[in-house]
Ligand binder design. Structure first.
Ligand SMILES: Nc1ncnc2c1ncn2[C@@H]1O[C@H](COP(=O)(O)OP(=O)(O)OP(=O)(O)O)[C@@H](O)[C@H]1O
Ligand SMILES: [Mg+2]
Length: 222
């Protein structure tokens, strides 16, 4: 089994605060794993480590074959192209439309064909239930709709790894179900998915492996 994320005995600091100690966390190709733990337990921080936005100080780790301790600043964009990230606070580009937000991602990964770009955007917007909203600016969308654009952006490049930080946090049940279906489908197509959530009902409804950050281990009961 290919390891897509492999962290060994890492500690996580935010500024000078030690947020997590001695975490060992391995996720294989095509696996779907939930990351749980109370508010402030370090879910988002651990995801930052995985996409090389925070440095590892103790321990070691790899993501998609990149050594997180040795990865150079100029290599990080290549690592990020293998990852679709759904941010807790969306992080859409606020100065451009939904279409242009998605186009930006495709162009950054080297797609040049206007018709391919258009088709891919049309199809992904249909997938996440945002058809017809391509010309809206982010501020013209509800929170849940912005989150759906974030999910579209993460899915559009068929990444090796999806990191989803509370992706259903602002969605109603029907939209959550839809998003979960897409994340689970992606994992069935061999995309690795790591999803931070504290929504236990959602986990019960869509059982998968659970890594509990407070206990610092995978839960047994799921
Ligand atoms: N930029 C920062 N500088 C210093 N400390 C931070 C920073 N960001 C987060 N922290 C601290 O790190 C800890 C973990 O935060 P993190 O955002 O990873 O938690 P979380 O599990 O994602 O929480 P939530 O469920 O609220 O999203 C918290 O105690 C928080 O106060
Ligand atoms: Mg968080």
């Amino acid at each position: 089994m290919k390891k897509v994320v492999d962290l060994k005995n890492i500690s996580v600091y935010r500024k000078y605060n030690k947020v997590l100690s001695d975490i060992s966390f391995t996720v294989n190709e095509g696996e779907f794993v939930y990351l749980t733990g109370r508010v402030g337990s370090g879910k988002s921080s651990l995801l930052k480590i995985i996409y090389a936005d925070e440095e590892i100080r103790n321990g070691e780790g790899t993501t998609a074959g990149y050594d997180l301790k040795k990865v150079k600043q100029k290599e990080i964009p290549f690592l990020r192209r293998k990852i679709g990230i759904v941010f807790q606070d969306y992080k859409l580009l606020t100065d451009r439309t939904v279409f242009d937000n998605l186009k930006f991602v495709l162009e950054a990964s080297g797609e040049k064909s206007k018709s391919v770009i258009k088709d891919k955007i049309k199809s992904i917007l249909l997938t996440v239930g945002l058809e017809g909203k391509e010309n809206r600016m982010p501020f013209e969308l509800s929170g849940g709709e912005q989150q759906s654009v974030g999910i579209a952006r993460a899915l559009i490049n068929n990444p090796l790894l999806i990191l989803a930080d509370e992706p259903t946090g602002n969605l109603d049940e029907k939209s959550s179900d839809n998003i979960m279906r897409h994340l689970i489908d992606a994992s069935k197509n061999n995309t690795t998915v790591i999803m931070a959530t504290h929504d236990m009902n959602l986990i019960k409804k869509y059982p998968a492996k659970v890594f509990n950050l407070e206990k610092n281990k995978f839960e047994e009961q799921y």
